[in-house]
Ligand binder design. Sequence first.
Ligand code: ADP
Ligand code: ZN
Length: 740
Amino acid sequence: MPDPLTPTTVLEVAVPAPLMGVFDYLYPPHQTNRLQPGIRVRVPFGRGTRVGLVMGLKATSDLPASRLRRVDAVLDGEPLLPDDLQRLLSWASAYYQHPPGEVFATAIPLGLREGRGLAEGEPAFSLTPAGRCTDDALLKRAPAQWRAFQLLFHSTDPLPASRLESLGPAWRRAIHALIARGWAAETRLAPALEPVPATADVPPELTPDQSRAVVAISRTAGFRCFLLDGVTGSGKTEVYLRCIRERLDAGQQCLVLVPEIGLTPQLLDRFRRRFPVPMAVLHSGLAEGERLRAWTAARDGTARIVIGTRSAIFTPMLQPGLIVVDEEHDASYKQQDGFRYSARDLAVWRARQLGVPLVLGSATPALESVENARSGRYERLVLAERAGTAGQPTVHLIDMRTHQPTDGLTQPLLAAIRRHLDDDGQALIFLNRRGYAPTLVCVGCGTVVGCDRCDARMVLHQQRGRVTCHHCGSDRPAPVACPQCQAELRAIGQGTERLEQALAREFPGHPLERIDRDTTRRRGEIERRLERVRSGEARLLLGTQMLTKGHDFPGVTLVGIIDVDQGLFGTDFRSAERLAQTFIQVAGRAGRADRPGEVWLQTLFPDHPLLRVLLSEGYGAFAARALEERQQAGWPPWSALALVRAEATQRAPVFAFLEEAAASARALVRDRAPAGLKVLGPAPAPMERRAGRYRGQLLLQATARRDLQRLLPEFRTALAGVPSQRRVRWSLDVDPAELF
Ligand code: ADP
Ligand code: ZN
């Protein structure tokens, strides 16, 4: 039974504003029925109004009633967000210590945030039974109505407004006249989604490994988290597709998350060909109208499959049955600004709430996930072999100390490329650095051309005749001589632009495609270039990280990796893991079809223990070794981290703030005395100055996540309260993906 409403009944509203906590409001005037959590309300806020989400109701507020303001308007008749999503938002707000109103704003499409309604389908018109029996001769003297009548008469389905536009500008008045006569009626079509193909693909026969995985996942009722650990090309996607099939047949919806650049047209095609059902596709490139339609269709159950990038984890579903996170190790699942959530971690929480299975898939699982599988929290499913006939590529190391490179290319690598091209193979060359050369140095005085706003070098982009900072985007004409001594400048090191020239010189007559952010700025350019590779027109393919995700190049038989050495000595505790993942993912592009592949790796450090384990024993052995190292050093998953970042145009306020932050953190630790909670820093960020701002950080590290979580609310309140916080821009990042 609903409680009787008293004049003081209070609504707790999450209002988009940079303040922790919900805000109390009084019921709107004349509201007689009880409002439910999950509906939107328009509330006065400051001098304006905002749209917020009702999170709860209570009898009284801590504030005196005289200070409470009233809700202006109630925007929804029923909860906009299902229960599980409301709980996810509250939990995420508390876990990441981010204001609930902003969490809510991140989770829903813009139109809804601004107070508009759910997507509606296009208006459509049809004749009423009375209209069907009428004599059209009665319309002889109203030619516009007569023509509209004819169109409706000859259509069995309601005609969308867009089809009536062919009647000219008078159509609307004509239709309304017919409606007024009682001969026609207006309806709404379901919100339009992607067209549904008529036929479905025939799936391949599963390998024994795949079958085992599908059976394990499909017979799970309730929550369980699976780590689908399968080498590249082992048919992980095929496993997802089969499990999705089972859930669709059971009348359930499926949510599939993919990394930012993994949502390729190929992948979508594969889903569309397999499942002739309505699908909602959600990614950052959508127009707001499209996003709202997709979101609405997922919410009302029209869309049976929801596929999207990071923020799709917040998509409401009517009948959820399965969540899949593809390439679960991918860094793009962690939002790096504002509300710094991890979509992968939220997927675990949401699946548990929903009581549905979750599949985390990767050839190179995050070390956290590897540990969760080892400890039994996740169930590990292994696909050890490539699907179809493809075998594993062989890997060769090239010692750059004995084989001096010219323009980045050693003789053994050139010879291998030549052999594969002569053999009608395609070669993929990977270099994760765009531009012509990363360093421009004076031969006279040794001055390096740097960015004025960052502690970083300017990268030479020779084709454009400019130098660019890859950290802040500063861009200016390339200097012709040393700004200090006027001597000659020399370009040191390779970027993809320089490598492209070198490869074109070495292999004239073999068409080459370069794929990096510079060559794919125009819309559709990346697809055009990939198509030239896939069709076999291009023989050589050169590119950055963009190439490593989700792309399938059946004709590539050789992968050349120009240099991974930066990653071997990275400053971040995740550097080694990232390097290993990149290496395995790039190498996995070789020989995916029926031809065996080869991988050639150039390095100055062929004896580096990490490389040795990775190459001789594979990612699993590497992960075990790396986890041991993490345990010794006390890094995650053996500890939980929270990072305070601060920046300002001057150094002093940054450190003044961080010192105060450190003092309050230490005081909290002392008062609460949780053993194993350490406050590290403050310290300058690895690149202290960036885009004209000084940056520093403070790290909280706890052996038990619970201890850290207990401390964070008070710590955040303390941060927001210290006087020095006004002079800096600061943020709190729980489970930071990178320490900078
Ligand atoms: P992953 O997602 O692990 O990279 P995919 O599912 O994309 O692997 O499979 C790699 C290739 O092998 C694809 O071309 C796919 O069509 C094919 N494939 C997958 N499973 C099978 C199978 N059981 N039999 C034959 N081919 C398969
Ligand atoms: Zn810069």
